[in-house]
Design a protein around this ligand. Sequence first.
Ligand code: PMP
Length: 394
Amino acid sequence: METREAEASTSVVYLDYNATAPLRPEALAAMLPILQGVGNSSSPHALGQRAARAVDIARRQLADLIGCSPGEIIFTSGATEANNLALGATAGRGGQMVTGATEHPAVLEAARAVSASSGAGLTILPVDSAGRIDLPTLSSALRRGPVSVVSVMAANNETGVLSDLSEVIELAHQAGALVHTDATQMVGRLSIDLSDLGVDLLSLSAHKFGGPQGVGALFIRRGISLPYTPLLIGGGQEKGWRAGTLNVAGVVGMGAAAASAATELTAEVARTAALRNRLEASLLAKIPGSRVNGDRKHRLPGVTSITFPGAPADALISSMPDVAVSDGSACSSGAPGPSHVLLAMGLSYADAESTLRFSLGYATTNEHIDYAIAATVGAVQRVQTALHVPSAPA
Ligand code: PMP
């Protein structure tokens, strides 16, 4: 609560949770004694064993959030590493790899690199205008020959659009392929139950649900056999999957954030969806010509991607410095050109470059939304006027 109030009182309204979420107070409280103390979780003495017990608790907290068993979790430095590990490991089964055009670069680029180094073929599935994977193209890729892995994200980081994972899993498993999902944007924001959802591997990152940056995990379903080569070779930690001294404070912060997110999940889904819907409805009503991108029914509760034709996102962002929003994915914002996600959904270059992503989360308040609506309306009017865009009929 303290952080919630402190955050609300700062001068910037933060609506960029898909880039990173503020650290939850529970995560900070759990991490502080670890940072102030000492102990390598692999050491046999009492301090090491205390660190190991803290790691065990965190593994259980994370497992409870996603419905798996603690032994199925490998801690990593984040979702980027988890995705690289998952794709490298599954490619070792032989056969081609299949993924989607709107994946995060941590999957798309990793898949391209693994395909280039292993010689495995790579199929990149198109999406429809709502941002959802084209299932007939998946079926025909699966019919063309053995597929090692189908990697489809649970929720898109730019639009919040949810994949039809159950369908993907059914088709892939019928063809003998494993399924990996990059669930970085879904974990802690919508319920995921791995005891029910049959994915074989799942990646996540703590800082998207209020844990610290630089720590994440890969879930690997018990019983699947992977002829893997670890990315990091050394002391054999994490059952040999990922060598290196564990980031105990990070892992403990992730566990505490997972427990806090799990407690509030149902109420938070409803609360953030209501705030997002109000933001979206007001902007659409007040800004003629504005449009929401992606499937509005199958979406994360706290995300909206809106195109404001004739108002480039970079100009909008500089015109409202006290509201933190994104022009797409923060991770690829260094890359030239408009968002590959919006282009894959059929937007023109100009529209893709005139799109803002608003992403809300656990500390977003009604006041933040009021402020963001007024600031965005003002910024769009200023930018369109400066660029002499005629107002579209309302
Ligand atoms: N996948 C998705 C969908 C993401 O949104 C992100 C972070 N933007 C990542 C992977 C990478 O996460 P990290 O930078 O924490 O490794």
